[in-house]
Design a protein around this ligand. Sequence first.
Ligand code: F6P
Length: 360
Amino acid sequence: MIERVGIVTGGGDCPGLNAVIRAVAKASAKRGWETIGFLGGYEGILEPQRYMPLDYQKLGGLLTRGGTILGTANRGRFSAKVGHGESRRLPQELIDGVKSGMQKLGIRGLVTIGGDGSLSIGQQLFEGGVPLVGVPKTIDNDLEGTVMTFGFDSAVACATDALDRLHTTAESHNRVMVLEVMGRYAGWIALYAGVAGGADVILIPEIPFTYDSICVKIQEREKADKHFTLVIVAEGAREKGGEFVTAADQVANREARLGGIAGIVAAEIENRTGKEARACVLGHLQRGGSPTNFDRALCTIFGAEAVELIAAGRYGEMVAYQGSHVSAVRITEAIGRLKTVPPTGGFVRTARALGVSLGD
Ligand code: F6P
């Protein structure tokens, strides 16, 4: 009987999903196994099943292609996240549906490519008897158990490029430019891009800011004959004692949609300093397009290692990047608690050592 591996992509998309799909399919084929990609997230496993066989001809060009050829969903019956990061239990009939859907196709192991939400669902499915392994995906880099998720490096590259571009126009017009980046409740993208792009002020959720502090930095720069300032703000950053800024009203059973903080920060800076300030929201540009070289390599290693885990029957584990090598951890070590930026950690210290303001 031919052995089969399944792949499912869940949650928001990000650069590198297709590179993982390619690596899984290639590594499976090398073992003489078939690979089936389920369409539209876990829903594709349920009746009426929706999937595509990932044979060799389908893999051309996937290493560099953004998005996911399988489609994905961060809404619906399989979304685990509700409200402010709380998780939801999956109804038993969905777990049973996934189990029987996999048995019907003779799938020996399922590769779940996802972030905190999809892996929380994956863990529940595993506990319900579904043989699966995880691959850590999210531009936010907020998953525990791995030093880095794939997609993060690509998002940082995009945000850094945006800062480079804002730098020149800020300087020409003697303006304050405020760039808003994604990341949900973690400031990784803002911090890495802020350091890489030479931001003067970096605002992250882990370090609540005050406008007084931001304005002191702007005035210092004025005195030093620097008449422009670059501010990068994570969408989850907030004023000391303030609330998260959301883009839309909270919808029941859905995770809050953050966004809009850059406009508020820019207006307040203009108000207080009299300097012209402009806001720029980078949005989904951070999630689109080709993965960086680093992400391509990471995705390829992750995909190959996920197949190794299936071959070894190490279900319930997730491949993880440890800085020098890729290993695996239990999925339970990665979920349930977000990996946020340590406020006194190395990268924050580096920023401060260079005189960057963290707004506190
Ligand atoms: O988790 C990835 C992410 O891009 C977050 O950084 C952002 O807050 C959210 O997803 C946006 O989700 P959506 O695409 O549903 O608006």
